[in-house]
Design a protein around this ligand. Structure first.
Ligand code: ZN
Length: 318
């Protein structure tokens, strides 16, 4: 009996050692980061499902139940976490939680000038739900340059490769704490990923050198950290998480004409209605830049290319 018990314990220990670390992340690009640092032995699940907005996501009961088996949750500071982190922690008090936004200097979201229009219901209610949780933000105020409103932090950290490198340091360290035996592998994976991020950063800088226009117009302002890193300015079409009203839309069209904008950028998780209106008014086009794509490195190379294209004067119009 004693022998059998010992054998059983050995088997249990053996199988426990072979178990992959189970990790949950909030958004899809984080899955790539954890897999790059963790290697093939890590099981990563993503909370925000494809096509959903990280600002308003509600985890499913099945996802919450799966947290009971998780070793680690990597948060990033997207808005749904504000409402859900308490319940996520409560679902598994033994689970480690790493907040990748810790230690990063968070920028404020672009606050567009208020256009004095009350927030009216738009046809696209499904999209207008994608608000940035601007609680207490007075609709319809004429924000005449008085900075009295609390600034909303921008949660889209991962659009900047140098910040992803910083996030990857935290991922390497926490994986090593949870699984010291594989520490050398995590360190080597991190080094390889870090080198690739440096090369990506350099390639984007080169691609975006010498553009005639360093401003770009985008429906949902998810590219603030990217813009800050590479000396660009994003102009948001969205107004406090909603489609712009007629006055704001007219002002945007006017601005796009003045600045000779050629492309308006959208992402798949949000409405392209207002972007299409601006684009058609200026004879421009709508382009997709997805901040939630899984293939992080290739996606950012594509983003740099379309921005370079849009910021270069059209030779035919010279
Ligand atoms: Zn967003």
């Amino acid at each position: 009996m004693r022998y059998l018990l010992a054998l059983l314990l050995t088997l249990l220990n053996g199988s426990a050692g072979a178990e992959p670390l189970r990790v949950f992340v909030s958004v899809l690009p984080q899955k790539t980061f954890v897999e790059r640092v963790g290697g093939p032995g890590i099981d990563v699940q993503v909370m925000v499902q494809p096509g959903a907005s990280p600002h308003t996501y509600d985890p499913t009961p099945r996802q919450v139940a799966a947290l009971a088996q998780a070793d680690l949750y990597v948060a990033v500071g997207v808005s749904f976490e504000d409402a859900w982190m308490g319940r996520i922690r409560a679902a598994n008090p033994r689970m480690r939680v790493l907040d990748s936004s810790q230690g990063i200097d968070l920028r404020a979201m672009e606050a567009p000038d208020h256009d004095g229009e009350p927030g009216r219901g738009h046809a696209d209610e499904g999209q207008s739900k994608a608000a940035h949780g601007l609680g207490g933000h007075g609709e319809g105020e004429s924000g005449q340059g008085v900075g009295h409103e609390p600034q909303v932090r921008d949660p889209h950290l991962w659009t900047s490769p140098p910040l992803v490198k910083q996030m990857a340091v935290g991922i390497r360290d926490v994986l090593t704490q949870l699984d010291p035996g594989n520490g050398p592998a995590y360190a080597a994976n991190f080094d390889a990923f870090s080198t690739e991020l440096d090369a990506l950063d350099q390639e984007i800088r080169t691609r975006l050198t010498g553009l005639a226009s360093r401003r770009f117009m985008v429906y949902h302002p998810a590219w603030g950290y990217f813009a800050d890193t590479y000396g660009l300015t994003q102009v948001a079409i969205e107004r406090e998480g909603k489609e712009p009203g007629p006055r704001a839309l007219a002002a945007l069209i006017e601005q796009a004409r003045r600045e000779q904008v050629k492309a308006i950028f959208v992402q798949p998780q949000f409405s392209r209605k207002a972007a299409a209106q601006v684009a058609s008014a200026i004879g421009g086009r709508v382009e997709v830049m997805d901040p939630l794509a899984a293939d992080y490195v290739d996606n950012l190379k594509r983003v740099a290319s379309v921005l370079a294209e849009a910021g270069t004067p059209n030779p035919l119009s010279q």
